[in-house]
Structure formats: C-alpha cells, structure tokens
Design a protein. Structure first.
Length: 128
C-alpha cells in the first residue's frame, strides 16, 4: 500500500472517530447509552498502534456497524462500568481521544499536503 493511500485512510479514520467521539460526548447524560469506538482494520493502523491492543475482549461487540467499502467499523463498548453514573461514557477519556485524534488528523493532512506540493514542484521542474 502506498504512503499516500495510508495517509488517506488515516484521514478517513480520523473523520469517523471524530464523529463517534462527538456522539459519545453528546450522549454523556443519556441513561443506558453505550459508548461507541472506531476500529480501523488496516495494516497501517495495526503497525501504528501495535502497543495499544485491547486487553478486554468483552468491550468489543460481535456485531459492529461498518462503513460500506472501507476498513472502518464502529463497535459498541458493552462494558458495564457506569463511569458517569448514568452510562459508560467517560468525558475525560473522550476529550483525550479527541485531542489525540486531532493531532493524528493534522499530521496526516499536512503530510498529504506536502506530498502534493512536492509533486507540483516536480511537474513544474522547480524541485531541488
């Protein structure tokens, strides 16, 4: 898989993760709501996050919601920890995930932009 394709997949993943985090935060006060998580089934992410493997199999639902034609799936966190007192959404965890996701998105977007700027320089013949 090319680097640019991996970065495009990362952008797609970050966009989906941002939507899921927003949904989790919006439902912080909804009784019996179960938080969602985004999984990205790709070599890039598995290598990138090899040290972040799940330690609790029970947290991942066996019937994930998938994005058609992509490597992204949404899974429901079925843990029964009532972190907020109402449901299993932890605002601190969600905000930390949001900050991390923002950094990853900006990194991938910047690298894609740099790639196309360099390609433009090559086409114009101004590359060093």
């Amino acid at each position: 898989m090319s680097t640019i394709k991996m970065l495009e997949n990362m952008i797609e993943y970050c966009s989906a993760k941002n939507k899921v985090i927003s949904k989790n935060l919006a439902n912080i006060g909804t009784e019996a709501y179960q938080r969602n998580e985004v999984l990205f089934k790709d070599v890039f992410t598995s290598q990138l996050n090899s040290n972040l493997k799940s330690t609790e199999k029970r947290h991942i639902n066996s019937n994930p919601e998938s994005f058609p034609g992509s490597n992204i799936e949404i899974v429901r966190d079925t843990s029964e920890d009532m972190i907020s007192g109402i449901n299993n959404v932890d605002v601190e965890r969600e905000m930390a995930d949001l900050a991390e996701n923002t950094i990853q998105f900006k990194f991938a977007a910047r690298k894609i932009g740099d790639y196309y700027k360099n390609l433009q320089k090559i086409i114009k013949g101004t590359a060093v």
